[in-house]
Design a protein around this ligand. Structure first.
Ligand SMILES: [Zn+2]
Length: 665
């Protein structure tokens, strides 16, 4: 840099002096009476000598700490608007049951801009100058972030299913390309593709995203190995855990920023290190969602680049990096039983220089060194909760920052040479207007969810894949002491058998406080071959409406049904729908599709195992579409029943157990 005394022009724009300068450089230099000089967007000098430089603006730091701005290595900033929407739920119920349905309804460029601005205000206040994001309409995240003056890796989400900003995977990939093309080279924003996670993408999507990132030389942002379930599913379905599988898909052709990595073994950590991937450790989110604790001590000892992130403000629920740093240090000690694990300096390193490397910006930010961008913060370490101070060990300042400092102790923030906060006053954002906007979204989202929670059907619609079946049926049920006659009739050829299947059926009936909501049945059919061995399993969800009509003597005209494929577990539906009562019915079912007197009927011959009942139960039914048709079929169905040697039973209701009688029986 120029020798200031040799020129009449000031050597720098801003000079921060009388500060404890925590450089976080390779030597971890701490200058207890130091200075930092900034010109334009960059740092030009650091150290005690810099204090003598002439400057346009001189800031007397009064003994405060000047340190690199914190790097939040993983978040979803627009989700500030969903903070506190639904808590204390399992990840799948939270994400698929609440967050995604609300996002489909509300997420727009306006939502994203407002949420981003709100998060930027919160992040600036807590000393963050750089973050790695992943969301929809990422161009709106980029615009709002650049306007706030923060630095960010902005990841445009790519998913295998429709999202708020794309109808298909092809659309979302095209969006990512367009976004990267438009923002590449921006002084504050690094655009990136963000395939959400292996379980929400396909191998093809991961490959395409990696190629896109490589083509533009930008990082790729994703979630890997967040939960044990994810890893167990991968082992079961692909014969290997997540990391080697994504490697096989070519994901590491890009510089990968992988959030979470909670459940990875040592071999996978080596794979991540060899791929020069960055890992974002999100202690609060992983704890809150019960995902576990990432083995960061091991990762760091193997030389992995690990940063710290808050994750989205809907799963944390704030963007406080001081909290995350402290938690990272404490968790490492608690989980290893070793208080020397992850010392304060190393925890701070993860939140600064190492975090910057993890998000692919190690060359420009993360430490206070000449040539790097002026991304720095001033922290008051004189607060009551940080008193007294010992001077014997200059590094003790790191411990004070990690174990006793609060985010509210940050007084000033500069990013890219521009002041974003002075004396705790935000310079680029109006928090009153932002809070008003956020309250208005909360009011609308509340109204949407309140209406939805009142209806089981609406809740079913919200998780997708639903179709209504016009299911009016003529149906008769009868108990049988023996299955002999039925088998004889079926085998005799008197009636035409079109199709025969044998399966084991497991039904779970969910009942609700309001019977007009109907009952929800989660059903798993385990198909059996001739030897009785299970060949495949099919899971379905049926919302059975209350009977609209039940008449024609013992033959009933049945009710409406809504069908949906059951893509989640029984446990998911239980936690999502919260039934007041749950009944399990298990039966062995032989099912024939037969033609008799020109009418097609389904004949079910069941043996009840749970609740166990002696004998057999016969059910015959046929679709119908009018009263006249139903009357005609009712006559035939009773004839068929007599042929099977049965008389109509009282056993209406689902699964022959007392689940409440149909309306008019
Ligand atoms: Zn995340």
């Amino acid at each position: 840099m120029a020798d200031a005394s040799a020129s009449s022009a000031p050597a720098c724009d801003v000079l921060l002096k009388n500060a404890i300068v925590l450089t976080m450089n390779a030597q971890f230099d701490v200058f207890t009476a130091g200075a930092v000089a900034v010109t334009g967007d960059s740092i030009v000098a650091v150290g005690p000598e810099a204090a003598a430089l002439p400057a346009r603006e001189v800031v007397d730091c009064g003994g405060r700490v000047v340190m690199p701005g914190l790097v939040n290595a993983h978040t979803h900033v627009p989700m500030a608007l969903l903070r506190g929407l639904a808590d204390d739920l399992r990840l799948d119920v939270w994400l698929m049951g609440y967050v995604m349905p609300v996002e489909r309804e509300f997420v727009s460029p306006d939502f994203v801009r407002l949420g981003t601005s709100l998060s930027c205000a919160e992040m600036i206040r807590s000393g963050i100058t750089c973050f790695a994001d992943m969301y929809y309409f990422e161009e709106a995240v980029a615009e709002a972030t650049a306007a706030a003056g923060l630095r960010a890796l902005c990841g445009q989400t790519v998913l295998k299913f429709p999202s708020p900003d794309a109808h298909s995977y092809e659309d979302s990939l095209a969006r990512a390309r367009e976004f990267i093309t438009a923002w590449k080279g921006h002084p504050l924003i690094v655009p990136a593709p963000a395939p959400h996670a292996p379980y929400t993408c396909t191998g093809e999507i991961l490959r395409a995203c990696a190629q896109l990132a490589a083509e533009f030389d930008v990082p790729l942002h994703t979630h890997l190995s967040e939960t044990l379930t994810e890893v167990e599913d991968w082992r079961r379905d692909h014969g290997m855990p997540v990391i080697p599988w994504v490697k096989k898909q070519g994901l590491f052709d890009a510089h990968v920023l992988a959030a979470h990595c909670v459940h990875v073994d040592e071999g996978e950590m080596r794979t991540l290190r060899n791929a020069r991937a960055g890992v974002a450790h999100n202690p609060s989110s992983n704890l809150k969602l019960g995902s576990g604790v990432a083995p960061v001590t091991k990762m760091l000892s193997l030389g992995l680049t690990v940063g710290i992130g808050t994750d989205g403000p809907a799963s944390n629920n704030d963007l406080d990096m001081f909290e995350e740093i402290r938690l990272a240090a404490l968790l490492a000690k608690g989980t290893t039983g070793d208080p020397t694990a992850l010392p304060a300096t190393q925890a701070l390193l993860m939140a600064t220089r190492l975090g910057a490397q993890a998000v692919g910006m190690g060359a420009i930010t993360g430490s206070l060194e000449p040539g790097k961008r002026a991304d720095l913060i001033l922290v008051d370490v004189d607060a009551l909760h940080n008193t007294p101070q010992f001077t014997r060990d200059p590094d003790a300042v790191c411990a004070r920052l990690v174990y006793a400092t609060k985010s509210t102790d940050v007084t000033d923030v500069m990013c890219n040479g521009r002041w974003l906060m002075r004396g705790r006053a935000l310079q680029t954002l109006d928090t009153v207007a932002l809070a008003d906007g956020a309250r208005e979204y909360a009011r609308r989202i509340d109204a949407f969810l309140i209406a939805r929670e009142e209806s089981v059907l609406q809740k079913l619609v919200a998780i997708g894949g639903l179709r209504e079946e016009e299911s009016f049926e003529v149906q008769v049920k009868a108990p049988l002491a023996s299955d002999e006659t039925v088998r004889q009739v079926i085998e005799s050829g008197e009636i035409t058998v079109i199709k025969a299947v044998h399966y084991h059926q497991y039904d779970t009936y969910f009942s609700f406080a309001d019977p007009s909501q109907g009952r929800l049945r989660y059903r798993e059919d385990e198909f059996l071959d001739e030897k009785g061995t299970a060949t495949r399993v099919r899971a379905r969800l049926t919302l059975i409406g209350p009977s609209r009509e039940a008449e024609l003597g013992t033959v009933m005209l049945f009710r409406s049904r809504y069908l949906a494929p059951a893509t989640h577990s029984r446990r998911f539906y239980r936690e999502y729908f919260r039934p007041v009562e749950e009944r399990d019915v298990e039966k062995d079912r032989r099912r024939w599709l037969v033609a008799y007197r020109g009418v097609e009927f389904y004949v079910h011959l069941d043996r009840l195992m749970q609740p166990a009942r002696p004998g057999f139960f016969l059910e015959i039914k046929s679709r119908t579409w009018s009263r006249r048709d139903a009357q005609d079929k009712a006559a035939v169905i009773l004839e068929l029943l007599a042929k099977f040697g049965a008389t109509p039973g009282e056993a209406f209701g689902d699964g022959y157990v007392d689940l409440g009688a149909p309306a008019a029986s």
